[in-house]
Ligand binder design. Structure first.
Ligand SMILES: *[C@@H]1O[C@H](CO)[C@@H](O)[C@H](O)[C@H]1NC(C)=O
Ligand SMILES: *[C@@H]1O[C@H](CO)[C@@H](O)[C@H](O)[C@H]1NC(C)=O
Ligand SMILES: *[C@@H]1O[C@H](CO)[C@@H](O)[C@H](O)[C@H]1NC(C)=O
Ligand SMILES: *[C@@H]1O[C@H](CO)[C@@H](O)[C@H](O)[C@H]1NC(C)=O
Ligand SMILES: *[C@@H]1O[C@H](CO)[C@@H](O)[C@H](O)[C@H]1NC(C)=O
Ligand SMILES: *[C@@H]1O[C@H](CO)[C@@H](O)[C@H](O)[C@H]1NC(C)=O
Ligand SMILES: [Zn+2]
Ligand SMILES: [Zn+2]
Length: 577
């Protein structure tokens, strides 16, 4: 995430180079000039605008792209954004898409300066306000959920997210390194090398660990279905290619089908599937720049799991809906259209791909047909760009009667986000569950989740009744390299947290209990990291974290205005994305 922002800044900060037929008021020939004298943090608003008026014109000329890329690489090295070799590879990788995005964009210098120096120096489309259209008909009266009758059918849904297969994971390689991803390529002479089954540190997983997980879950059924919310490739974002991304997609899809056989699997698109990472042009971008290479491959890979109607929208926008059972519908969202890291949204951030307006239509139909809806996606809504997430919040409010569950991943941590009624922000009406990753990245045990959901019978709420989280204890697994390791239950939510049920009000109540009960909160902190914690969480860490649990939408100080939730300093939750 940071790397992408760093690079964006580097690209935006790259000055025109010699050969550009424009004269600068104060030519910036030397990179150290830029870093020391005109480091972007030191740019004044007028200087920024002059700089980018010139840059804007030069960027529009294809012939200067390589030159600009060269400078960007130097700046990347000088500003120590990354190691030199990684700077080189990143710039080569991002060059084409990043510059095209800028060239195609409607961004004017004031907008770029607004991005660099804050909204007071200009305008940025990602802050643009827009509203989806909701139907005129009044919202139906709200019915509070009730627990199912004793003995009622319960569905078990296997939930996999953030697999992050590292094709170069090497047991024995160094678990610490200068690159963003370690445990690969060169085995070390000294020190403890990466474990056979995975390693605590900045490491993703070898294929044999992912295969061990699938072999294990195949014996844990029956599962009614699988939700699989993306991020298949590893974090080696500087060296990926379209073909390495597709190899990851196809290999993991084949492996899931091999072990889970005929169980239906419903995937969602993660931010790491694309090339470069986070780059998801809206469907209005055509040609080789578009995502069709990716969505087309998904269409082929997932054909056995999805009906033709779902494949049709998947192919265009990476999202779809499918009926799971007579009264239950699934919606798989492409959350990359909400992500501030998706630099294509600089071009136009207004409901990209029309996805939210499409969602309104699906939910209205579901309401009319008395169907319940499960929403799956990669990035949790509370981490989305503000306008997108506020629109989504409004939709969840309007259709709380239809939306029975929301399921996300991406943070690699075990958390949740509560949605409240918009009028008072006090009545909890929905929960987005955020399940922990399969991968270890960073410093975690591998893991997966099973949801217990009100099952198939007339009048079922289809709401989550409980969930269980399973892990591989890496410390133990790596002691026995030759044996298939033991995946085991870490905790079950209702039991560990003494919940009455797992409805939205119970999660809101739990957050309030965390305030009073330090031991209970520390249990949450331990489980948040899948049982492998390397940091203590006190005052401001705790209030910030509790605030995020209350934040189903981003940038809303109202949700944490109670002093007990108000972050007291700048502690930021680690998010590994
Ligand atoms: C840039 O800003 C930093 C921090 O505000 C300051 O210490 C430094 O002197 C500035 N550099 C120049 C060249 O203005
Ligand atoms: C969107 O809706 C909000 C709340 O109703 C309103 O304040 C805002 O002006 C609307 N924005 C646009 C662009 O219509
Ligand atoms: C629940 O219903 C489904 C579909 O009708 C059935 O396949 C499953 O076996 C039932 N589960 C239980 C625990 O009865
Ligand atoms: C499309 O782009 C990819 C990656 O940038 C490149 O490898 C490929 O050659 C391009 N194909 C065409 C037809 O331009
Ligand atoms: C941005 O996209 C929206 C929705 O696709 C479209 O209605 C709008 O005209 C676009 N805005 C610009 C400036 O292109
Ligand atoms: C993993 O195993 C180690 C060694 O047996 C143990 O100390 C640790 O508590 C275990 N972790 C979890 C989450 O069970
Ligand atoms: Zn992610
Ligand atoms: Zn991830």
């Amino acid at each position: 995430m940071l790397v992408v922002w760093g690079l964006l800044v580097v690209f935006l900060a790259a000055p025109p180079v010699s050969g550009v037929p424009f004269s600068m008021p104060a030519p910036l020939q030397d990179v150290s000039d830029l870093g020391l004298r005109f480091g972007w943090r030191n740019l004044t608003c007028p200087t920024c605008k002059v700089l980018f008026t010139v840059l804007d014109a030069s960027l529009r000329m294809e012939s200067t792209m390589d030159e600009v890329a060269k400078v960007a690489e130097k700046v990347c090295i000088e500003l120590k954004v990354e190691e030199p070799i990684i700077c080189h590879q990143l710039v080569q990788l991002f060059k084409h898409d990043m510059l095209m995005a800028l060239v195609l964009s409607v961004l004017r210098p004031p907008e770029i300066c607004g991005l660099l120096l804050g909204i007071s120096c200009g305008h940025w489309d990602i802050y643009e306000d827009w509203n989806v259209t909701l139907p005129q008909s009044p919202k139906p009266p709200v019915v509070a959920p009730v627990p199912p009758p004793a003995g009622a059918n319960v569905s078990r849904v296997l939930f996999l997210t953030d697999v992050h297969w590292d094709q170069l994971y090497t047991p024995g390689a160094s678990p610490t390194c200068k690159e963003p991803l370690c445990c690969r390529e060169k085995p070390t002479g000294s020190g403890k090398g990466a474990g056979y089954w995975g390693e605590y540190g900045a490491c993703d997983l070898p294929l044999h660990t992912i295969e061990s997980l699938l072999r294990h879950v195949a014996t844990q059924g029956p599962f009614d279905r699988v939700y699989w919310t993306g991020d298949i490739p590893a974090h080696n974002v500087w060296e990926q290619t379209r073909s390495s991304q597709l190899k990851a997609l196809e290999t993991i899809t084949t492996l899931i089908r091999k072990y889970l056989g005929s169980i239906p699997v419903y995937p969602a698109v993660g931010n790491h599937e694309s090339l470069p990472v986070n780059s998801f042009p809206p469907p209005s971008v055509h040609g080789n720049m578009s995502s069709s290479w990716l969505y087309g491959a998904m269409e082929s890979a997932w054909r056995a799991w999805l009906p033709e109607s779902a494949l049709k929208t998947l192919r265009v926008g990476g999202f779809y809906t499918v009926r799971i059972s007579p009264k239950l519908r699934l919606v798989s969202l492409n959350m990359n259209f909400c992500a501030t890291e998706n630099f294509w949204l600089l071009v136009n951030s207004t409901d990209p791909a029309g996805q939210l307006q499409w969602l309104v239509g699906i939910l209205q139909d579901a309401m009319d047909n008395k169907e319940k809806v499960h929403i799956i996606g990669h990035i949790p809504p509370g981490l989305c760009a503000k306008t997108w997430s506020w629109n989504y919040y409004r939709i969840v409010n309007r259709y709380e009667g239809a939306i029975a569950g929301q399921f996300f991943g991406h943070t690699h941590l075990d958390e949740f986000e509560i949605f409240f009624d918009e009028e008072t922000l006090t009545r909890p009406l929905s929960v987005a569950f955020v399940a922990p990753s399969v991968t270890t990245f960073m410093n975690l045990n591998p893991g997966y989740r099973v949801y217990h959901i009100d099952g198939e019978y007339p009048g079922s709420s289809h709401m989550v009744l409980d969930h269980e989280t399973f892990i591989l204890n890496l410390t133990e697994a790596n002691m026995k390299v030759k044996e298939d390791p033991q995946w085991s239950l870490l905790y079950s939510a209702v039991k560990t947290y003494s919940l009455k049920s797992a409805f939205p009000a119970d999660w809101d109540d739990l957050v309030h209990r965390f305030l009073e009960d330090e031991k209970l909160f520390q249990t949450f902190w331990y489980l948040y990291h899948k049982g492998h914690v390397d940091e203590v969480c006190r005052e401001s860490c705790k209030s910030t974290l509790l605030c995020t649990l209350r934040s189903g939408r981003s940038s809303d100080p109202q949700l944490c205005k109670d002093w007990r939730f108000a972050p007291k300093s700048v502690w930021k939750p680690k998010r590994f994305c």
